[in-house]
Structures are given as C-alpha cells and as structure tokens.
Design a protein around this ligand. Structure first.
Ligand code: 5GP
Length: 173
C-alpha cells in the first residue's frame, strides 16, 4: 500500500507567518545580537527563512539532537549528536525547532543550555502539537498549532525523506 501526503500548510502561509515571527522576535530583543540555535536537522529550512525575517544582528549556531530514530513515534530518549561550536555565555539565545511534540527534546535542550550562562533563552518552533505534550515547556514563538498527526515537509522528515517539500503535509501510511 502506498503512502499519501495530505497538504496541511502551504508554502505561502509559512512565509507569511515567518515574516510576522521575525518582526516579533526582534521587537522582543531590541538593540541586541541574537544567537539563533538551529536544532538539526529538522529546523534547517525554518531557520534559513526565519533569520532572514529578523532585522538586525543575528549569529547562527547549530545543535544536533536525535530523538526519533527514523519512525513516527518518539523513543523518549534524547541525545546530543553535535554540540555548539561557540560559547553562549551572556548571549540572548533563540532555540529554533521544527516541532514541539511531547516536549521532551525541548526540555532537555533548555536544561542543557541554561547551565551555560546565556543572558536569555527563548524558543521558536514552526509547529506545535500541544495535545501530545508530556512535559510543560515554554514555546515563546509558535508558527502553527497542529493536531496530533505525523507531518513531513519543510525540513521535517520520515526516514530522511520529504525534508525538501516546500510545504507541510500529513503523512498518511
Ligand atoms: P518531542 O521531543 O517534542 O516529542 O519531539 C521533538 C522532535 O520529534 C522534533 O524535533 C521532530 O524531530 C520529531 N517529531 C515530532 N513530531 C513529529 C512529526 O509530526 N513529524 C516529524 N517528521 N517529526 C516529528
């Protein structure tokens, strides 16, 4: 049986929402450089568009984490696969995620980065699936709240496929 990709969020809506988020993020960080921390790999397209929507000074760092191991449900275990290259001590940081689902990954990231002495840490996620939350985490900037369905596209994968779709789709096996 072949899988179906049901379009959920078209590219135009993603672009319009990211433009708003960029302005909001800058308004909340007046007169300072923002260290944007992209969580690999799923955030790479969102991050690329978001940093271009944030006026003023921005630094870009990447953090690799693994939490899903190629399937459509979380293993619950979070692991850093690539650490930051630079210190974030004293920096205004923005963690950029593709999706917050159970919240376990974000909780782990916040606890891991908080001890490094940043001036502040905020969180931006393209997608939020609050119905599946297991742990309460602050998500300061949400692109779109979606139902508890497995989505792919615009950076999000299933077994490393579909990241290159320019829109977000529900994966229906
Ligand atoms: P959490 O730890 O919040 O459960 O999950 C965070 C990570 O799980 C995300 O960064 C993403 O990699 C993966 N994830 C959660 N929901 C989905 C989904 O619907 N589609 C895809 N492709 N990945 C998801």
């Amino acid at each position: 049986m072949s899988a179906t990709l049901r379009p959920l969020i078209p590219a135009e809506r993603i672009a319009a929402r990211i433009a708003e988020m960029g302005q909001q993020i800058r308004a909340d960080h007046p007169d300072c450089s923002i260290t944007v921390i992209g969580v690999l790999k799923g955030s790479f397209l969102f991050l690329a568009d978001l940093v271009r929507a944030i006026p003023g000074d921005v630094r870009v760092e990447f953090l690799g984490v693994a939490s899903y191991h190629g399937g459509t449900s979380s293993s619950g275990a979070v692991q850093i696969t690539q650490d930051l290259r630079a210190s974030i001590e004293g920096h205004a940081c923005l963690i950029v995620e593709d999706i917050v689902d159970t919240g376990l990954t974000m909780d782990y990231l916040l606890r891991t980065l908080q001890v490094r002495g940043p001036a502040s840490i905020r969180v931006a996620s393209l997608l939020d699936k609050p119905s599946n939350r297991e742990i309460d985490v602050p998500v300061d900037y949400v692109g779109f709240t979606i139902p508890d369905e497995f989505v792919v596209g615009y950076g999000l994968d299933l077994g490393e496929l579909y990241r290159n779709l320019p829109y977000v789709a529900v994966y229906e096996p």
